[in-house]
Structures are given as structure tokens and as C-alpha cells.
Design a protein around this ligand. Structure first.
Ligand code: 5CA
Ligand code: ZN
Length: 412
């Protein structure tokens, strides 16, 4: 698929800081130590509805990772998928008497516009499950041949399942208890009760064609892919094993990222799939988790339609820790708009105090597991001093403007 357009990222004066990030697999904040080419995969949308502020917050968090890497002089290979065939898409299309493929294309186009408006740097590879179908089919064949997968005992629908313990490392990514695994597997798209499986936690790789459902011909028989394998294959074939960051919301820590890692490790015999597994907290609306099924969504596109400045949305979402579950409120947007206006006035001044401390503070805070709340305060301190008439450094306003643009993605 065509990714969205990029924006230029200015150089920032001073010394970059290497990034430290929380890793779900080890439970620690530890250095991300990429080579000259930093490699990141972030799980993309399932395009059956518009992008809400929860999705946006997650993509903003990983956009900061991207920007910090650029600041540190790395080239970045960023890959993102689009789950453009899966149950939720078919269910929504059926409900609305729509065509699932047109629905997916429409919502993906809107997502691109939203990301562009928020100045999220695009991935180099933006890959739909449908376009990756030959790669997915090949991977299922390999897993079957190696014994990591089997056909369900069901002559009518001989779906193909992954043996959850095929690598002997199952559970290392999420570290969830057996009870939590059972619960989240059932809640998040798994099918523990499916007759014909060897074990309730075995995950679907290939769903044999059902009447009325789209399917793809293959040597496996006609069918469509399971969700976790899509991300394994799209990441593996572009980033190879041991890439630096696998990202997404915390709802993906299990089962999705556990199985994506397990599938890739079973396919290659190598470990690990990713060197860091990073998860953003869930954003809710006034205290409740924002979710398509609850219908309590604030859409980025709707805010754009209401002529809200996307940079104010960006500042509002960055004023909270990416790993914390948090709430979107009208007050957060008001505060983001006010901050945007103050920052804009300060960088428009002919001079201000030296930018060195603010830029060093911004880098220190961001490189410490993306502590955006305190990063914003470091800029606030310079802005307050500049607006109260302090300083005569004529290069400072431009330097702060560039640093805020490059590191926070906020154009003033
Ligand atoms: N297509 C899959 C990933 S392969 C998927 O989860 N799609 S999604 O549209 O449901 O979510 C897209 C991204 O937004 C995922 O990274 C997901 O973890 C994240 N996300 C979903 N809901 C929220 C929320 N309320 N707050 C923060 N992030 C969220
Ligand atoms: Zn994914």
C-alpha cells in the first residue's frame, strides 16, 4: 500500500541521547541499541472504522521512537501493517451492507490523512494482509511441514492451527499467568472452545473457506489467514529476525505479540523475533476504555472536521505517559491548545534565553522511556522565561522551534 507523505525533520543543535525503552519481555527500561539501521515494526489498524484518539496516541508514541533514532543519526526502517481482512471487517461490512474491501480502503485512506495531519512520520513499508497473502501462505506451508502446525480434526473445515508450545518459549514475551492467558486468548479473538484443536491455546493460522466469506486459493486449500501470522510474516520478511522494536497498544501484549513472536521463531529456528516489545497504555474517554465495540470514540478525523488544530491534539496526547492507561477529556484538548498558542508566541519572539538547557532537558526526558510529560515541562520553562522578556539570544527561538518540530513532531 502507499504510505502517507513524510515531512522534513530539522537538525537539532547539541548532543543527542541514546534511547532507553520499557520492554514487556524483561519488564525493564533498558537501552535500545540499534545498529546504523534501526528497525521497527508497529501493528497497524484494522480498518473497519475511523482512527480514534487511542490509536493516535499509540502511533504518536512510536513516532517519538522514530524521531529519537533520527536525532541519534540512525537510518530507520519502519514497517506497519494494515489488517485489511479479518472478522471485524467482515462483520462491519455485513452490518452496514457494505463491501468489506471498499470499507477497508476507505478507512485506510482516512487513517493516512489523520497520520499526515498529526505529522506522524510514515513507515517505509505499509503492507496490507491481502497484499502479503503469498508470503503468509508460504509461511503456513512451512509451519505445517515442520510440525509446528496441524490441521484441525474437522473434515468440513480443516483449519490450520499453530501448536502454541512449538518453540518451547511460549509466554516469554507477555509473561502472563496461565489464567490471564486463557482469559485474554478468549477475549481477544482466540477460539479456545473450537472442537478439533489439540489444545485450547493453539492459534489459528489458516481458516478454511466458509460459504459467503472471502477466501484465497492456495496449496493449503482456499481460505484466509489468522491474525498473528500476518504480523510475523510482514515483519520477518522486511526486517528479519532480531529487529529492534515491536510496538503496539497494551491490548496486543497477549495474545497477538506472543504468537507473532512464536510463529516467527518457529519459522526460523531463531530467537528473539524482536529485541524490545513495547506497549502503549489504553486511552479512554472520561474514564472508560475507548473502543469500537463500546462506541465511545473520539475520532481524529472528527476533530479535524471541527477545525481543531492537529498540533493541539498532538500536544494534548503527549501530556501523559505513553505507558499509562489514561483518559481523553475536553480539558486535555483545551490545555493542549493553550500550550500550542504560548509556544507559538515564544518562538516568534526576536530573542530569548539560551535554548541549550531546554533542548538538553527535552532530549533527556524523551530518551528516558519517552517521558513526554516532563519533556513538555522542559520546553514550558524556556517558553515562560522567553515570554516574560528574559534573554537576548537571537538564535534561541529558532533552535527551540526546530527541536520541538524534530523531537516532538509539533510544528509551531
Ligand atoms: N490490526 C491490529 C493490529 S495488527 C489492531 O489491533 N488494530 S486496531 O485498529 O484495533 O488497533 C490499532 C492500534 O491501536 C494497535 O496498536 C492497538 O493496540 C492500538 N489501540 C487500540 N485501541 C487503543 C486505545 N484505546 N488506546 C491506545 N491504543 C489503542
Ligand atoms: Zn499486529
Amino acid at each position: 500500500m502507499q504510505p502517507w507523505s513524510s515531512v522534513s525533520v530539522p537538525q537539532v543543535q547539541g548532543t543527542p541521547r541514546p534511547l532507553r525503552l520499557h520492554d514487556t519481555a524483561t519488564g525493564e527500561v533498558r537501552p535500545v541499541a540499534p545498529g546504523p539501521l534501526a528497525r521497527m515494526y508497529v501493528c497497524g489498524i484494522t480498518p473497519y472504522d475511523a482512527t480514534h484518539l487511542g490509536h493516535a496516541a499509540t502511533y504518536l508514541a512510536f513516532d517519538l521512537v522514530h524521531r529519537i533514532w533520527l536525532d541519534n543519526g540512525h537510518d530507520v526502517h519502519y514497517v506497519q501493517n494494515v489488517t485489511d481482512i479479518d472478522d471485524p471487517l467482515l462483520e462491519r461490512a455485513e452490518r452496514d451492507n457494505d463491501d468489506w474491501m471498499v470499507l477497508g480502503m476507505r478507512e485506510t485512506a482516512l487513517f493516512r490523512e489523520d497520520m499526515e495531519a498529526l505529522r506522524v512520520l510514515p513507515p517505509q513499508d505499509f503492507i496490507g494482509a491481502v497484499e502479503a497473502m503469498p508470503e503468509i501462505i508460504e509461511a503456513v506451508g512451512k509451519l505445517l511441514a515442520s510440525g509446528a502446525a496441524y490441521r484441525a480434526d474437522d473434515p468440513e473445515y480443516p483449519d490450520i492451527y499453530y501448536r502454541h508450545d512449538a518453540t518451547g518459549r511460549f509466554g516469554y514475551e507477555s509473561n502472563y499467568s496461565a489464567a490471564d492467558m486463557d482469559r485474554f486468548f478468549a477475549e481477544r479473538g482466540g477460539d479456545p472452545e473450537r472442537p478439533g484443536k489439540e489444545h485450547p491455546l493453539d492459534a489459528l493460522l489458516w481458516r478454511a473457506a466458509r460459504p459467503g466469506e472471502p477466501s484465497w486459493d492456495s496449496e493449503l486449500g482456499p481460505g484466509r489467514p489468522g491474525w498473528h501470522l500476518e504480523c510475523s510474516v510482514i515483519a520477518l520478511n522486511r526486517l528479519r529476525m532480531g529487529f529492534d522494536v515491536q510496538g503496539g497498544g497494551s491490548d496486543l501484549a497477549f495474545p497477538h505479540h506472543e504468537y507473532s513472536a512464536a510463529h516467527a521463531e518457529a519459522l526460523t529456528g531463531q530467537h528473539p523475533f524482536a529485541r524490545h516489545y513495547c506497549h502503549a497504555g489504553m486511552v479512554g474517554l472520561d474514564g472508560e476504555k475507548m473502543s469500537k465495540s463500546k462506541g465511545n470514540l473520539v475520532f481524529v478525523s472528527r476533530l479535524r472536521g471541527d477545525r481543531v488544530d492537529p498540533m493541539a491534539v498532538r500536544l494534548a496526547l503527549l501530556d501523559g505517559h505513553y505507558r499509562a492507561d489514561r483518559s481523553w477529556t475536553a480539558d486535555a484538548l483545551t490545555a493542549g491548545s493553550a500550550r500550542l498558542a504560548r509556544w507559538g508566541s515564544a518562538v516568534a519572539l526576536p530573542a530569548g534565553p539560551s535554548a541549550d538547557e531546554a533542548i538538553a532537558g527535552l532530549r533527556d526526558r524523551l530518551s528516558d522511556d519517552l517521558d513526554t510529560e516532563r519533556a513538555l515541562l522542559a520546553v514550558d520553562a524556556w517558553v515562560d522565561a522567553a515570554l516574560s522578556g528574559g534573554g537576548s539570544d537571537e538564535s534561541a527561538p529558532g533552535a527551540v522551534r526546530d527541536a520541538v518540530d524534530a523531537l516532538l513532531g509539533v510544528r509551531l
